[in-house]
Structure formats: C-alpha cells, structure tokens
Design a protein around this ligand. Structure first.
Ligand SMILES: [Cu+2]
Length: 160
C-alpha cells in the first residue's frame, strides 16, 4: 500500500476503493518521487480538466518547469489562492520543490490544467503526461482519470 495515496479519513467504501486503485501508482525521476498522478473526468462539452499529483524531493532543490500531454493542446501549471473569500487562479512559471520538501498538486492548490482536450476524459482512462524539471530533467508518468478523493478543505471546482 502506497502511504502517499492513503486517504486521510476512511469514511466509506468509495474511499477504500480509491485507496486500492491508487496502490503502487507512483513514479521516480532521480531523487524526485511523483505520487499518484490523476485527472478529473470531464463532462459533456468540457475541454479542460485539472491534473493532480504529489512531488517529493529527496535530492537538491529543483523546480517543475512544465508539463505536456498528447491528450491536450496545452498543459499549464496553475496556482489557486484565496483572495478574501474569492478563489483566484493564475498560471505560474514553475513550482519550487525545496530539498526534502513535498509539494502536493491538489484541488484548491497548485494543479496542472489540461487545456483543449482532444477527447473527453472518462473514469478509468489513462493518459501519458511528461513532466519537465529544471535539474532532474523529464519523466513520462501515467495519469489515471478518476474523481478526486473527498477532502475537507477542497475548493469548489473552478471553470475556465
Ligand atoms: Cu486551473
């Protein structure tokens, strides 16, 4: 069982299934671990979707510079912050990952935005995603299409 993917609160069968399906779904690039990349399924006519994963850096400080996927016209790195009680999202140039730090890309925080999807994302699909780091270089990971695990602090879904 991959502890990176364990839900914080196991409240029902859905969460248990999510934990099982998440097992052993992680990738390594040098001293960077990429835990459980996933994206949300899309609804009819929706051509963007958020991509999420967890970066753990056991080596020297590095930065995630970009991401790309053949499933989308463009993949951007976004941040989400609260401005008063309004969620603001913006594109960022890079995500810093200090030595020994874990950065989680998750709903309501940093995320990848798959823009201009070439086909709908359906639960159970898997799409390739290339991550480019300043020092560690590039790695191709597999993004599982699934609903995010419920999180008590999750932000409402945002639209573009
Ligand atoms: Cu976004």
């Amino acid at each position: 069982m991959n502890s990176l993917c364990m839900p914080r609160v196991v409240a029902g069968a859905v969460l248990v299934l999510a934990a099982l399906s998440a097992a052993a779904h992680s990738f390594t690039l040098g001293e960077i671990d990429i835990g459980h990349p996933y994206a949300r399924p899309t609804r009819e006519g929706q051509r963007v979707s958020g991509g999420y994963l967890k970066l753990t850096n056991k080596g020297p400080a590095d930065r995630l510079l970009s991401a790309r996927s053949p499933a989308a016209d463009a993949t951007e790195i976004h941040s989400m912050t609260m401005d008063g009680n309004v969620m603001k999202m913006r594109q960022v140039d890079a995500i810093e990952i200090a030595s020994g730090q874990t950065v989680e890309l998750k709903p309501g925080g940093y995320h990848l935005m798959l823009m201009g999807l070439k086909a709908p994302l359906k639960a159970g699909d898997k799409v390739p995603l290339t991550l480019k780091f300043e020092k560690a270089g590039e790695v191709v990971v597999t993004v599982n299409v699934e609903e995010p695990k419920p999180q008590p602090d999750a932000a409402p879904e945002h639209k573009h």
